[in-house]
Every structure is written in structure tokens, then in C-alpha cells.
Design a protein around this ligand. Structure first.
Ligand code: AMP
Length: 287
């Protein structure tokens, strides 16, 4: 596995392979790799000839009050995981290479990015869209994998690729969870042992909402009450949002008539957790 830090070297490597007809896959990450990233890397490995994992803690998607400087950076461990999972390149650009003096251009975001994480973290998606567009421009992958754990992010990336004709196939991989249902996340290491136990309540709440829908409850107010009851049992949790939305637009629903995406974000001490549960519409039965 090659470690490439320069943008020029990365682009040259990709150009050479593309000219040889090789299919390039990219898994963009911020490092501190865990089982969720591993699943993405494995799934990508099966879908491409040459695999790039990027590790870049993107400063533009953090607000000044967030954890950019403290974000975990276990780079030796991360490289070992990438190597073990068969990555061909670990791409580790520097902040200065990605955002040199004079860097100016950002993307105006689509409506899908407005609510939820877009509201809670005002600069976040602008930074995400920018870095994804830049990584695609440098690595020129044929396909890229993203996790469903960040559902709104994956929806934004799909829209970005479609609107800007970026020509990258986007694959969204299901969320990988701990045994108690907590979605794996690089930020889970910040949880104290007590908080770690409490954290599972977010997924429990989303699952309770999904169960209510499966039982035939269609009124979103009732579904939200069910979800809220679960998190209320844990006074250490503060809810940012627990929402029932249209999975295509991410606009809130008042009635669930076919599919829905249940989105949740909570705060637990200094840690913010997000998760979601996708309800696909029931298959139409033949008459
Ligand atoms: P991050 O390093 O947090 O920026 O995440 C890099 C990629 O891994 C993103 O596409 C995430 O959605 C994805 N990811 C993070 N956690 C999980 C998880 N538990 N299951 C599946 N994908 C994940």
C-alpha cells in the first residue's frame, strides 16, 4: 500500500490507472478508523480494481467551537487497517495542500442540506461538499462509498454529484453498529463508560419509532412521542432533533404513508451523536 500525501502524486497515480482501464474506488474518511469504516473499505474492495482510502480531517467542516484540534488521529493504526483491508493507496493530503492561500470557491448547498445537521452545524455541509468535490477532482474515482450513518451527508453527496455532473457512482453502505445498537463513530471514544451505556438510547428511540410505523401508526406526532419517551428515560441525554422525514427531500412529514427516514441527534456530555433509521415503502402486492 502506498501512502500518498501530495495532490499532484495522487492525481498522477489515478491518471495512469484510468488510462489503463482500471476502475478506481474511493472511501473518504477523517481517520480514527473503526468497524464502520472497515465495512465501507471491504465493500469498496469488492467493487473496484484499485482502492484509495483518503484520511483527511477536513477543517472546513468544523465550526470554531467544535473538536477539530482534539479529533483523534491514530495514523499508524489507520494505515495498518487500510493495508489489512487491501487498500492500494492511503491518501493523506495536508490541510495546506487542500486549502492553499487564495482558496476561495465553495458550493451553494441544495435544500436537502438545510435542515437537521445543516441547522445544528451551520458550516458543516458547505465544508463537506467542498472537500468531497475536491477529493473527487484529485482522485478521480469511478465510485465512492459513504455510510448511511450520515444519511443527510450521503443525500447531499448524491445531489452534488448529479447537479455538478461529477461522474462518480455513489454507493451508500448500511450503518455498522455495536452490539447494543449504538452506531460506530470515531467520536464514541470520547464517551465515559457511563455515557457509553446511555448512548444506546438514541438507536432504541429510532427503533421504537420504526416499530410504531410497522404496527400501522401513521401520525408523526404519535411516532415522535414514542421516540421521545425512550430518550426521556435518560436524563443525561439532550435531544437536538428526533424527526420523521421524507427520505428523498428530508422535509418533515406529518403522516407516514409510504417510506420515511427517522433522523436523530442527541448530546451526551461533550459528545454529539447522530443516527437514523430508514423505513422503505412496503413492496406493492400484485392484485
Ligand atoms: P468519517 O470518518 O466520520 O468522516 O466517516 C467516513 C465515512 O464512514 C462516512 O461516509 C461515514 O458515513 C462512514 N461511517 C462512519 N461511521 C459509520 C458506521 N457506523 N457505519 C457505516 N458507515 C460509517
Amino acid at each position: 500500500m502506498k501512502v500518498i500525501r501530495s495532490l499532484k502524486a495522487m492525481a498522477a497515480w489515478s491518471d495512469r490507472l484510468r488510462r489503463a482501464g482500471v476502475t478506481i474506488g474511493l472511501v473518504p474518511t477523517m481517520g480514527a478508523l473503526h468497524g464502520g469504516h472497515r465495512a465501507l473499505i471491504r465493500a469498496a474492495r469488492l467493487r473496484c480494481d484499485a482502492l484509495v482510502v483518503s484520511i483527511f480531517v477536513n477543517p472546513t467542516q468544523f465550526s470554531p467551537t467544535e473538536d477539530l484540534t482534539n479529533y483523534p488521529r491514530p495514523i499508524a493504526k489507520d494505515r495498518a487497517l487500510c493495508r489489512m483491508e487491501g487498500a492500494d493507496v492511503c491518501f493523506e493530503p495536508t490541510g495546506h495542500a487542500m486549502y492553499p492561500d487564495g482558496f476561495q470557491t465553495t458550493v451553494i448547498l441544495p435544500s436537502i442540506a438545510r435542515r437537521w445537521e445543516g441547522e445544528a452545524r451551520p458550516q458543516h455541509f458547505s465544508g463537506v461538499a467542498t472537500v468531497v468535490a475536491k477529493l473527487f477532482g484529485v482522485v478521480r474515482p469511478h465510485l465512492a462509498l459513504f455510510g448511511q450513518k450520515d444519511f443527510q451527508q450521503s443525500a447531499l453527496v448524491r445531489q452534488l454529484v448529479e447537479d455538478l455532473n461529477l461522474g462518480v457512482k455513489i454507493v451508500v453502505h448500511p450503518t455498522v453498529r455495536e452490539q447494543d445498537g449504538l452506531a460506530m463513530s470515531s467520536r464514541n471514544v470520547y464517551l465515559s463508560p457511563k455515557e457509553r451505556i446511555v448512548a444506546a438510547a438514541l438507536y432504541k428511540s429510532l427503533r421504537a419509532g420504526a416499530d410504531a410505523i410497522r404496527k400501522g401508526i401513521t401520525e408523526v406526532a404519535a411516532i415522535q412521542t414514542t421516540m421521545a419517551q425512550i430518550v426521556k428515560e435518560e436524563p443525561a441525554l439532550t435531544v437536538d432533533y428526533l424527526a420523521v422525514c421524507d427520505p428523498r427531500t428530508l422535509e418533515p412529514l406529518s403522516l407516514v404513508t409510504s417510506g420515511a427516514i427517522l433522523l436523530g441527534a442527541v448530546r451526551l456530555g461533550s459528545v454529539r451523536l447522530i443516527d437514523n433509521f430508514l423505513i422503505t415503502p412496503p413492496a406493492t402486492r400484485p392484485l
